[in-house]
Design a protein around this ligand. Structure first.
Ligand code: PRP
Length: 217
């Protein structure tokens, strides 16, 4: 009997794309082999029966929702999404990958106006940031390519994540204010954390084993 036979099945929600691919590399290093060739796959549920695991692939913003409602026991998701969605989940580990920063950005020659507008994919984070600063702004929700907004006069500033800084640079924008640092987190459903503690612990241990910088939260 292998050590995984006694564990309860664990469902893991992950965003499709880079976080999933990176996580698979780490899990492979920790001995978890996912048989499927997932490169061009459109499958949304990936069972890994040998390890009592199942991945569900979701939009990033939905990962905390699946975990809060318990249809996924754990999830891997960026801190930006956690701050924006404010779901009731446990944050277990800071995986220290996907590092970027949440910034206010705009044109270098930006001049504050009487009715300042801020465009962002993160209206919750932006509203809270400016509220805490005591600044009244109109927050405009966009779904991507936020850097366009100051270039075409929709908003003077944007709130967005910056990683390499290339997107800002290529669009003639500069970083104005640092809101917070962002990394990828392992989160857990509150009841799974208690009822499936061994399985949750086992997956957390696998990440801890292969990413030396991981922080326990
Ligand atoms: C993200 C983010 C920035 C860009 C930052 O966008 O919203 O636009 O990446 O990365 P950089 O600093 O390395 O250039 P994403 O690629 O997710 O696309 P989107 O604009 O369509 O949301």
């Amino acid at each position: 009997m292998s050590s995984t036979d006694s564990l309860q099945k664990l469902t893991i929600a992950m965003p499709k794309g880079r976080i999933f691919e990176e996580s698979l590399v780490f899990l492979k290093q920790a001995g978890v082999v996912v048989e499927d060739d997932l490169k061009d796959s459109r499958k949304l549920i990936i069972p890994v029966p040998d390890f009592q695991l199942e991945f569900i692939l979701a939009k990033p913003a939905d990962v905390p929702t699946y975990v809060e409602y318990g249809v996924a026991d754990v999830g891997v998701v960026g801190k930006d999404v956690l701050l924006e969605e404010e779901r009731d989940v446990y944050e277990l580990l800071d995986l220290q990958i996907g590092r970027c920063r949440m910034m206010v950005a705009g044109l270098e020659e930006y001049q504050p106006s009487a009715n300042p507008r801020v465009a962002t994919k993160y209206p919750g984070i932006a509203s809270k940031y400016f509220r805490l600063k005591g600044q009244q702004v109109e927050v405009i929700k966009l779904n991507g390519s936020v850097e366009l907004a100051p270039l075409i006069g929709l908003a003077e500033r944007i709130v967005d994540i910056v990683s390499t800084g290339q997107t800002l640079k290529e669009n003639g924008l500069v970083e104005l204010e640092h809101i917070c640092d962002i990394t990828t987190r392992l989160i857990a459903n509150r009841s799974s954390y208690r009822m499936k503690s061994e399985a949750v612990e086992s997956i957390a241990q696998k990440f801890l084993q292969v990413i030396p910088a991981v922080e326990i939260l």
